[in-house]
Design a protein around this ligand. Structure first.
Ligand code: SOE
Length: 408
C-alpha cells in the first residue's frame, strides 16, 4: 500500500500497560528531589507490575510547592499534607519531610489506606517509631505496606556484598567497621537549619548519617546490634539563626545566633548478636570528606570493603586463596548478574547516587504488587531507632555499655 494511502481499518489499540500506582509526596527539598527522580525513571528502566504516576506533591509554601511540582514532574500541588493523603488518585504516600513530621503523616496515610515510603531515620524517637510500626501492622492486615528509605541498601555493590556474606564467602563475621564522614558543618557560619535542631531532626550526625550505617551493619550481617558504648560531641554550639529558611540549608539570616541542640559527631562501638564487634563513626566535621560512607567487614574466610565515593566497586579478599595469590581484589559491580544491573547499561557503564532511588522505587512497587512485606520494613526502622536511642543514652553516661532492646 502506498504510504500516503488511507487505510479503512483503524490502527490497533496499544496493549494495555500495567495498572497505575498514584504517588503523593510530602516535601520537595533535597530528598524530595531525589525520590522524584526515582519515581520518574523507574518504569522506563524496569518492567514493572504497576506504573507509578507522580500524582501530587505537598508543601506549606504555595508558590514554592507549585514551582517544585513543575520542576520535579508532579501533576498537582497541595499546601496541606492532610489533603494529599486523602486524595483518591494517591495510593502511596512518600514522606520526605524533616523527622518531626514522619510519625503524624505516616500514621494518617496508613490509616487512610495508603502504602507508605518514609525517609530515614524512621522517626525522632523510639516511641514515635513504635506508633508507626503499630500503624504499619494494622495496615498490613488490610493489604497495604510500609517501607523506610534506607537507600544505600540499593547500591548494587552493597546488595552484592550482602549476597556474598549470606552465601558464606566471608565466613563467620569478626569485625564490622563503618565510617560516614561529611564536612558541611566545619564552617561556624553555616546556618542553624532544621537539621541542627533536636525538635525537628531528633539528633544530628547520629540520626542523619549514623542511621544509615547502623542499618547497613544490620542488613549486611543479617544480625542485630545488641549493645553499644558511645561518645558524642557538638563542636560548634551556636550558629546564625535564619529568619526565613528557603531550603537546602539556605535562607535569610536573622542577625542573631541560636543554640545547636544536636551532635556534630558521634562515635560508638557495638556488639552483634553473634559476638562480632562493630565500630561506627558519623560526623559532619571531617574536613575534605563530602559524603564518604565506607565499610570493611572481616570474617573467618575473607573480607569485604566498600567506599561510597567509588560505588561501582567492591573489594574482596578471599582468605582461602593460597597466600602467594591472596589479597584484596577489586570487583567491578556492573555485570548483568549483579543486583539491579540487568536493567541498566552494558558492563563497565557505571551507576551513581541517584540510581539508588530508582531501585528503592522498584523494590517497593514489586512488594506492593506481590503483597509481601517490603524491606527495610518499619520494624527494621524501629530497630535502628532503638540502636540510636541506646547510643544517646550511652553518650549521656560517658560511654557506658547500654543494651539495645530486642524486638518484641
Ligand atoms: C545530609 O547529611 C544527607 O543528605 C543525608 O540526610 C542523607 O540521608 C545522605 O544520604 C546524604 O547526606
Amino acid at each position: 500500500m502506498d504510504r500516503t494511502e488511507q487505510s479503512d481499518t483503524p490502527p490497533a489499540a496499544p496493549p494495555p500497560g500495567p495498572p497505575e500506582l498514584g504517588v503523593g509526596m510530602v516535601g520537595y527539598a533535597f530528598m524530595g528531589a531525589a525520590h522524584s527522580q526515582g519515581w520518574r525513571t523507574v518504569s522506563h528502566v524496569f518492567d514493572l507490575p504497576l506504573r507509578p504516576v507522580l500524582a501530587a506533591v505537598a508543601g506549606r509554601d504555595r508558590s514554592a510547592v507549585h514551582t517544585a511540582a513543575a520542576r520535579l514532574g508532579w501533576a498537582a500541588a497541595e499546601t496541606d499534607w492532610r489533603a494529599l493523603v486523602t486524595r483518591d488518585d494517591v495510593h502511596l504516600v512518600d514522606i520526605c519531610t524533616p523527622g518531626d513530621l514522619h510519625a503524624e503523616i505516616a500514621v494518617a496515610a496508613l490509616d487512610a489506606g495508603k502504602h507508605v515510603l518514609c525517609e530515614k531515620p524512621l522517626a525522632n524517637s523510639v516511641a514515635q517509631a513504635e506508633e508507626m510500626c503499630a500503624a504499619a501492622a494494622r495496615a498490613r492486615r488490610r493489604g497495604t505496606v510500609a517501607m523506610v528509605g534506607f537507600n544505600y541498601r540499593r547500591i548494587p555493590a552493597v546488595a552484592h556484598a550482602r549476597r556474598l556474606i549470606a552465601e558464606g564467602h566471608v565466613g563467620t563475621l569478626r569485625h564490622l567497621r563503618f565510617t560516614y564522614l561529611q564536612d558541611w558543618l566545619v564552617d561556624p557560619g553555616a546556618p542553624l537549619t532544621w537539621r541542627l535542631q533536636r525538635e525537628h531532626a531528633g539528633s544530628g550526625a547520629l540520626g542523619d548519617l549514623g542511621a544509615h550505617i547502623v542499618d547497613l551493619a544490620q542488613y549486611l550481617s543479617g544480625e542485630r546490634i545488641t549493645e553499644v558504648s558511645a561518645l558524642t560531641e557538638t563542636f560548634v554550639r551556636e550558629r546564625p539563626q535564619l529568619a526565613v529558611a528557603t531550603g537546602g540549608g539556605r535562607g535569610i539570616p536573622s542577625g542573631g545566633l541560636g543554640p545547636v541542640t544536636v551532635d556534630d559527631a558521634t562515635l560508638f562501638n557495638g556488639r552483634l548478636a553473634s559476638g562480632a564487634l562493630a565500630s561506627f563513626e558519623a560526623t559532619r566535621m571531617a574536613t575534605g570528606r563530602k559524603n564518604a560512607l565506607r565499610f570493611e567487614i572481616n570474617g573467618e574466610r575473607g573480607s569485604l570493603a566498600f567506599d561510597l565515593e567509588r560505588l561501582n566497586e567492591l573489594s574482596f579478599h578471599d582468605h582461602t586463596d593460597p597466600s602467594s595469590r591472596a589479597g584484596f581484589r577489586r570487583v567491578l559491580v556492573t555485570e548483568p548478574d549483579h543486583p539491579y544491573l540487568r536493567a541498566w547499561w552494558p558492563p563497565g557503564h557505571a551507576l551513581g547516587y541517584e540510581h539508588t532511588f530508582t531501585h528503592q522505587a522498584h523494590d517497593l512497587i514489586e512488594a506492593i504488587a506481590r503483597g509481601t512485606e517490603p524491606e527495610p520494613s518499619f520494624a527494621d526502622g524501629l530497630q535502628v531507632q532503638r540502636v540510636l536511642a541506646a547510643v544517646e543514652e550511652s553518650a549521656r553516661e560517658n560511654a557506658a555499655l547500654v543494651p539495645v532492646p530486642a524486638p518484641v
